[in-house]
Design a protein around this ligand. Structure first.
Ligand SMILES: [Zn+2]
Ligand SMILES: [Zn+2]
Length: 676
């Protein structure tokens, strides 16, 4: 280890005096989290010095309630795509999804020359990379405790064994030209670890003695006083509940909580129960962990789920996914009576050996309610001693600070209030407030041997992936899904002639829209919006190019009508459904439809303001028109139901020859003209 703290660190008296004149940030270490701050999830951190970029972890997060049809949330990695030539390698701290779940996705976009990490994490990563077909995009290198690896010219990383809810987990000591960084990864101080692998506190203390420039520390439980209880402490409580159970025992926990699952298997053996496993991740993780020796259990402890029904209930333990109320997980399906193999019995004891991640609380309590209503005994909650966190509390965090004695401190892995709380803890330990930075995703921490500051931020944000994990759900798609889910959709079919007259009454269809307005009123409003657009916007939306018919920006017409109707519905009914206007162009000279004589006077306010015009101007300037709209226009509207006005008379309908593709073609022509 002597060489490890040799030359690099010794000259740290003034990092600016090294002759590098090419700008301040050349001589500074830049640390850029792209995810994991102001949130729990998608931890992704960039270390940058000179020409070298090193990544630490790349995780995913799960969608929140309003993200309809989104399966996975990823950090925006534009910064890495732009700088991919400089990526020298990646370090993985442990195998949780919020640390490795993004890697196989990123490898589709850029190569990572080498990934160093623990055996268990890399084994789990291998499976994901095979699934994604990216095994040729990187090289995986397994590390052991106290291994030191060199990444690029400027980084040496020492892997320091730590304790966490996942087995085979590490903190990092990263030696850089400006000093040593301790990056804790996820940790708690567990002095009686289930697998006997102790936290290598001696190495932390060693680096503390040598001098730590900056500590980046896990803030998850910064708000909770005291020490986090050891993982072993749940053992007697689980044991008691399992021993007392009259019928089957059903336990749910995170599949990735290797230590918890190990203890549950041990308890099944002790209590004479065979184990049936449900849920893909539970089966996968246990198979992998047993194969690599992180979990010891005899083969005959496990019984396939189809055969376990032949055993007496008192000799049965079912271990399954669903501790977060995930709708498709085994326990959730069982609670809804939708599982093909397992139905709840009133003699069942069901144990939630996990606590809900914030955001999942409602689905978890709903699952508990349903299970109770089916008659089962359900054991859950803090008072039962059946779950402890894998992340240290305030005293664990203090111990980390005490051992590493950092000059500068950056709280990471947590929501904003946790970061603030953790920074107060650090101050109480003597770190000056000026030496602490609270940062957000995309912020740049610039460190020299004697300074810490925020540099100009880089692009950060989120990328939402749908079920295929290939399609990106962008902000517009998400907004449309939210409108669909919350207020439904209105389609509006307008027949407009190329000389700008409404040739038939508009047809309005509602799906999922709750409204007090009747069908007649809605189509009347639609009629007024169309009339308004024709009277006030037609000149801007059509051009006489000398041909037989004027060139009409049909997409612009649609957009204008949609915006007008949207505004009116918001004003009159306080609803915001998705509105899709389809225009059926009719030939010039088609007789005008005169509108309704029986209509009450329109009380619409003054003409629209300039902001309303923005989309049309964008379009005219050659910006890509919304594809959705063009495609929709190509689909003939189906006549139907609730709110449609009477269809135009047959003769009139024939007079307006439908040209469903015209809108699309016109748009392309106009775009080409704009480009030329
Ligand atoms: Zn973790
Ligand atoms: Zn984590």
């Amino acid at each position: 280890m002597a060489s490890f703290n040799g030359g690099n660190n010794g000259n740290g008296s003034n990092g600016n005096g090294n002759g590098n004149k090419s700008g301040a940030n050349r001589a500074a270490l830049r640390v850029i989290p792209l995810g994991g701050l102001h949130e729990i999830g998608k931890n992704t951190c960039v270390f940058e010095y000179g020409d070298d970029i090193m990544l630490v972890d790349a995780g995913l997060a799960f969608p929140s309630d309003g993200m309809h049809g989104v399966n996975v949330v990823m950090p925006d990695t534009s910064y890495l795509k732009e700088n991919q030539k400089r990526i020298r390698g990646m370090i993985v701290t442990h195998g949780h999804e919020d640390h490795i779940g993004g890697i196989s996705h990123h490898l589709k976009n850029f190569n990572i020359p080498v990934i160093y990490g623990p055996r268990l994490a890399l084994a789990m990563l291998t499976g994901k990379m095979e699934e994604a077909g990216v095994t040729d995009r990187t090289v995986l290198q397994t590390v052991a405790p106290r291994d030191v690896v060199k990444v690029g010219q400027h980084f040496s990383v020492e892997f320091i064994r730590n304790t966490h809810s996942m087995a085979d987990s590490y903190s990092l000591a990263i030696t850089t030209p400006v000093g040593t960084i301790i990056f804790t990864g996820d940790f708690k101080f567990d002095h009686t670890p289930v697998d006997g692998e102790h936290f290598d506190m001696a190495r932390l203390a060693h680096h503390g003695e040598q001098g730590v420039l900056c500590l980046f520390s896990d803030s998850t439980n910064a708000e909770i006083p005291g020490f986090c209880p050891p993982e072993r402490s749940v053992f007697p409580h689980l044991d008691r509940h399992i021993a007392q159970a009259e019928g089957r025992v059903i336990i749910t926990t995170f599949a990735s909580s290797i230590h918890r699952v190990s203890m549950i298997l041990e308890l099944a053996l002790k209590n004479g129960r065979k184990v049936g496993l449900l849920g893909r991740s539970m089966l996968n993780v246990i198979a992998k962990a047993r194969e690599l020796g992180y979990m010891r259990a005899p083969d005959d402890l496990f019984v396939p789920i189809k055969q376990i029904r032949d055993l007496p209930d008192r000799e049965t333990l079912l271990l399954m996914t669903g501790s977060q109320g995930e709708p498709l997980a085994a326990l959730s399906r069982i609670s809804r009576g939708e599982h093909p193999q397992v139905q709840v019995k009133s003699s069942d004891t069901i144990i939630f050996s996990a606590s809900p991640i914030p955001g999942n609380t409602i689905s978890v309590v709903n699952t508990i309610d349903r299970l109770m209503m089916l008659g089962a005994k359900v054991i859950y909650g803090k008072g039962e001693g059946i779950h402890v966190s894998g992340h240290g509390f305030q005293e664990d965090q203090k111990l980390m600070l005490a051992l590493t004695k950092p000059k500068y401190f950056v709280p990471v892995h947590g929501e904003h209030r946790m970061l603030v709380c953790h920074s107060k803890t650090a101050q109480s330990m003597g770190v000056p407030a000026d030496n602490i930075l609270i940062i957000d995703n995309g912020d740049v921490v610039e460190l020299t041997a004697d300074s810490i500051k925020k540099g100009d931020p880089v692009k950060a944000g989120i990328e939402l992936l749908d079920a295929s994990r290939n399609g990106i759900v962008d902000a517009r798609v998400l907004k449309e899904r939210q409108q669909l889910a919350e207020d439904g959709v209105i389609t509006l079919l307008a027949v407009i002639s190329t000389d700008g007259v409404m040739a038939a009454p508009p047809r309005v269809n509602l799906r999922g829209v709750v409204t007090t307005a009747d069908a007649r009123k809605l189509s009347l409003w639609a009629e007024r919006e169309i009339t308004w657009v024709l009277e006030n916007r037609w000149n801007q939306l059509s051009r006489n190019t000398g041909g037989k018919t004027p060139d009409v920006d049909w997409v612009g017409v649609q957009r204008e009508v949609e915006l007008g109707l949207q505004r009116r519905l918001r004003r009159e009914l306080q609803v915001e459904p998705l509105i899709i206007c389809l225009v059926q162009p009719a030939p010039a000279g088609t007789p005008a439809y005169k509108g309704r004589a029986d209509a009450e006077p329109d009380n619409r306010p003054a003409p629209r303001n300039g902001r309303r015009e923005a989309p049309r101007q964008q379009h005219a300037a050659g910006a890509p028109a919304p594809v959705v709209r063009a495609a929709a226009a190509a689909t003939p509207a189906t006549g139907s139901t609730s709110a449609s006005t009477p269809a135009p008379a047959a003769s009139k309908a024939r007079a307006v020859e439908p040209e469903p593709e015209l809108a699309g073609r016109t748009r392309r022509r106009r775009s080409a003209a704009a480009a030329g």
